[in-house]
Write a protein that binds this ligand. Structure first.
Ligand SMILES: C[S@@+](CC[C@H](N)C(=O)[O-])C[C@H]1O[C@@H](n2cnc3c(N)ncnc32)[C@H](O)[C@@H]1O
Length: 189
């Protein structure tokens, strides 16, 4: 896939609805022959939009105005290039917990979760988030700042509230950075 198409797709499929700023910048890059030419000379995996955009932020470049962004990236290309060639993103998507929850909710507790490639480990805490399936009232810890909305299709075995929310964390202990035990999570199959 060409660089312009890569950034156009990122804008439409990943940034839209999540990050207006990244959407605008990726669209701008896609239309800019000079930037797509510079980015196109990077090795394939390093052309990825979230890595380039994160590198610019990491280096303190302007990301709130597409014109200033364009000029800055062009003027600092050697630094940007060095950064994307030597660093990686650590993306984490706790939203995946909503699609995974039907399985742990159907199993006897306690459960221990181990994730290979955990990034920050945000998917290791399904019992810390609230869930709303298909627009139904959310359930989960009352004090959680995170509610995951999930729309389903087909015969999904939806989890349901197991007990009234107490506001207390459902996870009772943490084994290590990469494993947590969920002994009293507020959901079941
Ligand atoms: C895209 S992130 C996904 C993070 C998390 N699993 C999620 O779903 O939100 C991929 C993670 O896998 C890690 N990773 C890549 N290759 C790996 C390997 N061979 N062994 C262990 N972790 C790896 C990366 O460092 C990164 O943290």
């Amino acid at each position: 896939m060409g660089t312009a198409e890569l950034y156009r797709r990122f804008a439409a499929r990943e940034a839209r609805g999540n990050s207006p700023r990244y959407e605008a910048l990726a669209e701008q890059i896609a239309e800019d022959d000079e930037l797509t030419s510079l980015i196109g000379r990077l090795p394939d995996p390093e052309r990825q939009p979230n890595l380039l955009l994160a590198a610019v932020r990491f280096l303190g470049g302007p990301t709130d105005a597409p014109d200033a962004f364009r000029t800055w990236v062009r003027d600092h290309w050697d630094e940007v290039r060095e950064t994307v060639l030597t660093r990686r993103t650590q993306t984490n998507e706790p939203g995946r917990c909503a699609t995974l929850l039907p399985l742990p909710a159907s199993l006897p507790r306690p459960l221990a979760l181990i994730e290979v490639g955990a990034s920050a480990g945000l998917c290791l805490y399904p019992d810390r988030y609230r869930y709303s399936y298909d627009g139904r009232p959310a359930f989960g810890p009352a004090g959680s700042p995170v509610t995951l909305d999930c729309h389903t299709s087909g015969p999904v075995p939806l989890p349901r509230n197991r007990r009234p929310s107490s506001g207390e964390p459902a996870s009772t202990s943490t084994r290590s950075t990469f494993a947590t035990t969920a002994t009293s999570a507020g959901w079941s199959a």
